[in-house]
Design a protein around this ligand. Structure first.
Ligand SMILES: [Zn+2]
Length: 104
């Protein structure tokens, strides 16, 4: 499904204003606080550190003319992953299965 914003026909999830010829569709980003394993350096100097917080940003985006959207996983503004929607589905399912198995 699409809707029109300015001169662009946008996907329903697009919130971009498309000012000054901006052609990138993007949705509302999701900030996801997570706990990650400390790096080897962090564990060396702070062995008591069991896990440390970080925030990931998740956002759908699609350049005008691209056939399908992407799901970006960003950390501090840099893309860590930029996946097709099918791959995002597969990653989510695999993470759920791994987490469930690891808790047993
Ligand atoms: Zn748009």
């Amino acid at each position: 499904m699409t809707h029109t914003t300015g001169t662009n026909t946008c996907p329903t999830w697009c919130i971009a204003l498309h000012l000054d010829g901006d052609t990138l569709h993007h949705g509302a980003s999701i900030e996801l606080p997570v706990m990650r394993r400390p790096s080897p350096g962090e564990r060396l100097f702070r062995p008591e550190l069991s896990a440390t917080p970080m925030t990931l940003e998740l956002v759908a985006h699609q350049e005008t003319g691209e056939p399908a959207p992407w799901i970006a996983v960003l950390h501090e503004g840099a893309a860590v992953l930029d996946l097709t929607t099918l791959s995002a589905d597969h990653l989510a399912a695999a993470l759920l299965a791994l987490a469930a198995d690891a808790r047993r």
